[in-house]
Design a protein around this ligand. Structure first.
Ligand SMILES: CC(C)(COP(=O)(O)OP(=O)(O)OC[C@H]1O[C@@H](n2cnc3c(N)ncnc32)[C@H](O)[C@@H]1OP(=O)(O)O)[C@@H](O)C(=O)NCCC(=O)NCCS
Length: 240
């Protein structure tokens, strides 16, 4: 998986194992202590268990390195039930998967974190593409991801890589998370031909009404200091 990218340093994506856990946890804690917006990420109840499960049977932890230095990591959950995911996310996946509880064909693009030195080089989008490719090879057809409404970089990257925002989840502790879904190997569902709607982020009530009516978030639009989600109505028969 080693290839040069169009930056000064050479970047390597490598599947990490148990021996790398300490380095990953240290990097995670450093990044979490310097988030641009405090709501960008809120730690899981069992943050270390979550990480550990991804160097074990529940998924993969992909390291992003340059010259032997770990500058980021990206998690792919392949076993939705046993990966220490938030129960609200697991319930939402079942809901958006036609009520199917087996999760055999689903995966989660879980946390990606980059040290500031590694940002602004398109590495998050590369990590999304790489994880989708691995998931597809392992028989997954639907990818789920969560993003804070205030994490514009994360949202823009998910949307640019083909994800569509389909829901706004509320957690017991007050967190809000957009739920983005990528349907692999499928053309994007056709829209109904009606004009899109712009809703200020995070006007939760208005967005929830639109999600329930089958609208899909496709783009982030900036107007001055304000950010809006552009929602498109989907054709009724295309909803799934
Ligand atoms: C989120 C994160 C992984 C993104 O990494 P990255 O690869 O450096 O992402 P970039 O900054 O290169 O890409 C962000 C994109 O959003 C766009 N964007 C950001 N803010 C924007 C705004 N207000 N309006 C329009 N576009 C915007 C950028 O222009 C960029 O697109 P471009 O490459 O076409 O210019 C990184 O910032 C990070 O590690 N953050 C801390 C941890 C975190 O929040 N992780 C995600 C949740 S788990």
């Amino acid at each position: 998986m080693k290839r040069p990218v169009n930056v000064a340093s050479e970047i390597v994506f490598r599947t990490l194992g148990r021996n790398d856990l300490r380095a990953v946890a240290t990097l995670r804690d450093e990044i979490l202590s310097h988030l641009p917006h405090p709501a960008d990420y809120i730690a899981h109840v069992d943050e270390d268990g979550f990480l550990e499960s991804h160097v074990g049977a529940a998924g993969l932890c992909i390291g992003i390195e340059a010259h032997g230095r770990l500058g980021g990591f990206s998690l792919l959950t392949l076993d939705v039930r046993n990966a220490h995911l938030d129960p609200e996310l697991v319930a939402a996946i079942a809901r958006h998967n036609g009520g199917n509880q087996s999760f055999d064909r689903t995966c989660v693009l879980a946390a990606t974190m980059l040290h500031p030195d590694f940002r602004g080089k398109g590495l998050h989008r590369e990590a999304i593409g790489l994880r989708l490719k691995i998931a597809l090879e392992r028989g997954r057809s639907k990818g789920f991801a969560m993003s804070s409404p205030w994490n514009t970089a994360s949202l823009c990257n998910l949307l640019r890589m083909g994800a569509r925002i389909r829901d706004l989840l509320s957690f017991a502790d007050g967190r809000l998370r957009y739920l983005a879904i990528v349907t692999m190997r499928q053309q994007q569902a056709p829209t109904s031909g009606q004009p899109p709607v712009l809703v200020r982020i995070p006007d939760c009530a208005a967005q929830r009404v639109l999600f329930e009516a089958g609208y899909v978030g496709e783009r982030i639009v900036a107007k001055g200091e304000e950010l809006f989600l552009e929602l498109h109505p989907r054709a009724t028969q295309a909803r799934a």
